[in-house]
Design a binder for this molecule. Structure first.
Ligand code: HEC
Length: 134
């Protein structure tokens, strides 16, 4: 009886071990790799929900729709240039201290590399041979 229990237990721990090894552990979010298919969107603007969203809404959606942001992907520097362009040509005010918050947000969610809305490639694939049954 004890033998059976020990065997069962050993089998069970082995199974959980294998299960653990095969589970893909998601990497912590880095600024450059935001999974756009997993983030929450603000229902009013369609912009990604974030602690800095309120500032982006306040500074960037009074003249035009948030669509102009949604349709574009720029690097931090690119977004900065757009802001400068609007300041030079379209009466956008000086964002002052808040510019950092706005740029942090835009860089995090609307950078060129953040458009990749697909899962990461599989890693550590364990291939196995299909045995033909005769
Ligand atoms: C004072 C008004 C005003 C504010 C505030 C404003 N914009 Fe604009 N923005 C404009 C105008 C005007 C245009 C040109 C619209 C057009 O071409 O139809 C524009 C265009 C854009 C474009 C499109 C640029 C292109 O190359 O087509 C983007 C992106 C953009 N704005 C982002 C932002 C962001 C980000 C903010 C917040 C920092 C912001 N805007 C705040 C006036 C403003």
């Amino acid at each position: 009886m004890i033998k059976i229990l020990v065997t069962l237990f050993a089998g069970f721990s082995l199974a959980t071990q294998i299960f653990k090894e095969n589970t893909i552990v998601p990497k912590p979010e880095s600024a450059a790799m935001v999974r756009m298919d997993t983030v929450k969107k603000d229902s009013e603007t369609g912009l990604v929900t974030d602690k800095n969203l309120y500032m982006v809404k306040a500074q960037c959606t009074s003249c035009h729709s948030s669509k102009l942001i949604l349709q574009n992907r720029f690097t931090r520097d690119g977004w900065k240039q757009k802001i400068r362009w609007m300041q030079a040509n379209h009466n956008l005010w000086d964002l002052g201290e808040t510019e950092k918050q706005v740029l942090d947000y835009l860089e995090k969610y609307y950078a060129p590399e953040a458009t990749v809305a697909r899962r990461e490639p599989l890693k550590n694939i364990k291939w196995y041979k299909l045995e033909e049954k005769r």
